[in-house]
Write a protein that binds this ligand. Structure first.
Ligand SMILES: Nc1ncnc2c1ncn2[C@@H]1O[C@H](COP(=O)(O)OP(=O)(O)OP(=O)(O)O)[C@@H](O)[C@H]1O
Ligand SMILES: [Mg+2]
Length: 251
């Protein structure tokens, strides 16, 4: 079994636009209750249930969840922001960068982000990043990631090259796995690569209504169980008895 995602892990989530990256990142981010959480939202589109902050001076360092919308969006702003985040010595910290292309690019990442991504786990600092173009982001976000999530459908092969190298499979293999997964599970399905165990697990779309993350096979098994239960209930109804606690019981 792949190791679970921890707050102090480095996570990379990749996929085409509208493929489900943000929803998965939000699910992981919001489930890390033990850590102080800080979302950097370059697009300004997230809804995290807290009032967004747009200025480093306005950050409340006691807040359990911060939603930061960058205002200038230049290098200076991201350098300053990551200096503050990395320099902040408090409770465990999880930073989620919802779009890594822009704040970082091939060959550049804010200095403190690079440090945090390289040394963060031991310093109780986690970093989750999303991107449509893994080739055009700071290399550390790929090479240091303990967990890589790749959404269907396959993205450009030049970007998959970089990911396939990290996932220790060939680009054609990765492309084919994504294509087949898309065909069987539809939009919003994804692959999860866990570096510690070197495993790639297929996932059916996340249930946005809640519920835990379940691998594709597991979900199929659960569906099968539900079908069996329904069949049983129908049988009981035909025999005249109502299932205990079921709808239509004594009320
Ligand atoms: N598992 C899912 N089931 C149903 N709808 C989903 C699922 N995941 C995402 N969506 C919906 O699809 C749309 C795109 O999702 P999301 O914002 O997560 O994509 P994205 O990959 O982050 O896109 P972008 O690259 O534009 O930021 C949203 O409206 C979202 O609610
Ligand atoms: Mg997004």
């Amino acid at each position: 079994m792949a190791e679970p995602v921890n707050y102090n892990d480095r996570v990379l989530i990749v996929g085409k636009t509208q493929s489900g990256k943000t929803e998965l990142a939000r699910h992981l981010f919001l489930s890390m209750n033990g850590a102080q959480r800080f979302a950097i939202d370059p697009k300004g589109l997230l809804d995290l249930g807290v009032e967004p902050v747009r200025n480093p001076l306005a950050i409340d360092w006691e807040a359990p969840i911060t939603h930061y919308i960058p205002s200038v969006q230049d290098r200076h702003e991201y350098e300053e922001l990551y200096d503050l985040l990395w320099g902040h010595r408090g409770p465990p910290m999880l930073v989620w960068l919802d779009e890594a292309m822009g704040p970082t690019m091939a060959g550049y990442g804010p200095r403190s982000m690079n440090l945090a991504v390289r040394q963060g786990a031991a310093m109780r600092f986690g970093h989750y990043a999303c991107s449509q173009r893994p080739q055009n982001i700071a290399m550390q976000l790929r090479t240091e990631a303990e967990h890589i999530f790749v959404f269907v459908p396959p993205i450009h092969h030049r970007d998959l090259d970089e990911l396939a190298r990290e996932m220790l499979i060939s680009t054609p293999d990765l492309t084919e796995r994504l294509r087949a997964l898309h065909e069987s599970e539809g939009d919003f399905a994804f692959l999860w690569y866990c570096r510690a165990t070197n495993e790639i697990t297929e996932f059916a779309p996340l249930d946005l209504g809640g519920g835990a993350l379940a691998p594709a096979e597991l979900e199929e098994e659960l569906e099968l169980e539900e079908e069996l239960e329904e069949e049983l209930e129908e049988e009981l109804e035909r025999e005249g008895g109502a299932p205990v606690g079921g709808p239509g019981g004594p009320g």
